[in-house]
Design a protein around this ligand. Structure first.
Ligand code: SF4
Length: 386
C-alpha cells in the first residue's frame, strides 16, 4: 500500500491559531532535550487542567486553547537538524511539555509530524504521552507507520480530587483497551503517575493499577514533581500541601515504593513493572534500555529476567575515544570526566549535554553536583533515609 503524503499543516491550513507573539521564549524553543529523549513541542496550550502540569513552570497554564508555534515540517527540520540528533538512535518525544498530543486538532499535527519523520525512514523510538482519549481510527494512523518505534504512554493517577486530577480514571482504561484491541506494531505503557503519599497510594488504587497494567505492554510508576510553581498553584486552588518541601527531582518515598512493589509481587508471573520510563518503553519493544540504567544494578532488581538478559548483553563501557568525541561535541570540560563502574561522571554539565552522551552511548552519565545515590533510584530525598 503506498504510504500517504502527510497533510501540509502549516499556519495557513492548520485549524489551530498561531501562537501569540509574546509567548515565553522558552516555549518558542520547540526542541528540548529531556531524559526520555529529544522533545518536540511546536504546539502550546491545553484545556485539561491537571493541577500538577509542568506548564506552571513556564507561566503558560492559563493558555487553554492549543496554539501552533510553527508548522510541522519546520518543527521536524529543527528536530532532525538538532546538533545532538542521531538517526535511528536518539529517542524522540512529541508534545509532552505544553499540550496533550491526542486532543482534537492537536492530533492532526501529531500524525503529520510522525508521518514526516517516518517517511524519512527514521527508526528512532518515539514516545507519545497522553491522558486523553484514543480512538480506533487514531490507532490505525499509528499503525500505518513503517519505521518509527512508537510507544503510547497512557497516564493514569487514580486521584479523584478534581482540583489536582480533573480527568476521569475511565479515560485511561478505555484508551488502554482500544490500544490493546487494535494495535500490532505500536506499543502501550501504563504511565502510573503522579503517585502521592497519602493521596492515591492505598491498596485499592494499587490493585486498580495492576488491573490497568494488564491492558498494556508494560507499566512504569513515578512520583510528583513538587516544584514551587506547582505547589503555589495547588495552594491557590485550595489544596493543602502534598509534601512539606519542594524538590528538584520527583518525590516518591521509600515506604510507598515498597508497598507498590509488594502489591505487584515478584517472580515469573508478576506484572512487568519499571521504575524508569525508558526501561518500560524498551521492554515493550523487546529491546535493551536506551538510558543504560543497567549500569546502576539497584534499578534493575524488579525487572523481568529476560529483559535483564537483553540489557546485560547490550551493556558495554564506551571507549575512551567515544567518550572524548562526545565530551568535545557537547562542549564539556574533559578534565572533569571520570569513568566509574556503570556510569560516567562529568562536571559543570547541563541535562541536555548529559542526555546526549547517555543516549548516544547507552551508558549512564551523571554530574558531579547531582550524584546518583545508591538505592534511591533518582528520586528526591523526601521519604528516604540519609
Ligand atoms: S535490566 Fe535494568 S536497565 Fe534494563 S530494562 Fe530492566 S531495569 Fe531497565
Amino acid at each position: 500500500m503506498p504510504f500517504p503524503e502527510p497533510p501540509n499543516l502549516a499556519y495557513a491550513t492548520s485549524s489551530l491559531r498561531p501562537a501569540p507573539s509574546d509567548l515565553d521564549p522558552a516555549l518558542r524553543d520547540v526542541v528540548e532535550y529531556r531524559k526520555s529523549g529529544l522533545s518536540l513541542n511546536h504546539i502550546v496550550g491545553c484545556p485539561l487542567d491537571c493541577g500538577y502540569c509542568v506548564r506552571h513552570l513556564f507561566g503558560n497554564y492559563e493558555m487553554k486553547r492549543p496554539h501552533l508555534v510553527m508548522p510541522d515540517a519546520d518543527a521536524v527540520d529543527r528536530l532532525t537538524a538538532h546538533p545532538y540528533f542521531v538517526r535511528d538512535k536518539t529517542p524522540i518525544q512529541i508534545f509532552n511539555r505544553a499540550t496533550d498530543p491526542f486532543l482534537p486538532r492537536v492530533k492532526d499535527h501529531l500524525f503529520a509530524t510522525l508521518q514526516l519523520l517516518d517517511r524519512q525512514g527514521f527508526k528512532n523510538h518515539v514516545l507519545v504521552i497522553t491522558r486523553w482519549k484514543i480512538m480506533e481510527a487514531d490507532v490505525a494512523r499509528l499503525e500505518a507507520l513503517c519505521n518509527l518505534k512508537v510507544t503510547v504512554l497512557v497516564t493514569w493517577s487514580g486521584i479523584t480530587d478534581p482540583r489536582i486530577e480533573p480527568i476521569d480514571s475511565g479515560v485511561a482504561s478505555e484508551t488502554l483497551r482500544t490500544l490493546q484491541s487494535s494495535k500490532r506494531r505500536t506499543r502501550s505503557v501504563l504511565y502510573w503517575r503522579p503517585i502521592v503519599a497519602g493521596l492515591n497510594d492505598d491498596r485499592a488504587r494499587i490493585e486498580q493499577a495492576q488491573h490497568l497494567a494488564q491492558l498494556a505492554d508494560a507499566c512504569v510508576f513515578t512520583g510528583l514533581f513538587h516544584r514551587e510553581e506547582i505547589r503555589d498553584y495547588l495552594r491557590s486552588a485550595g489544596v493543602s500541601d502534598l509534601y512539606d518541601d519542594v524538590a528538584r527531582r520527583k518525590i516518591l518515598p521509600q515506604d510507598l515504593e515498597r508497598r507498590i512493589l509488594d502489591g505487584f509481587g515478584t517472580g515469573e508471573n508478576a506484572i512487568p513493572l519499571f521504575r524508569k520510563t525508558s526501561c518500560a518503553v524498551a521492554y515493550a519493544h523487546g529491546l535493551p534500555d536506551y538510558n543504560g540504567h543497567y549500569g546502576i544494578p539497584a534499578i534493575c532488581d524488579i525487572c523481568p529476567a529476560a529483559q535483564v538478559g537483553r540489557c546485560s548483553d547490550a551493556h558495554r563501557n564506551p571507549s575512551r575515544t567515544e567518550i572524548e568525541r562526545w565530551i568535545h561535541r557537547v562542549g564539556l570540560n574533559p578534565d572533569g570526566t571520570v569513568m566509574a563502574s556503570g556510569h560516567l561522571t562529568v562536571t559543570g554539565s547541563t541535562e541536555q549535554q548529559r542526555y546526549a552522551i547517555q543516549h548516544a552511548t547507552g551508558f549512564q552519565v551523571h554530574d558531579r553536583s547531582h550524584p546518583h545515590l545508591e538505592g534511591r533510584h533518582g528520586r528526591a530525598e523526601q521519604g528516604w533515609g540519609t
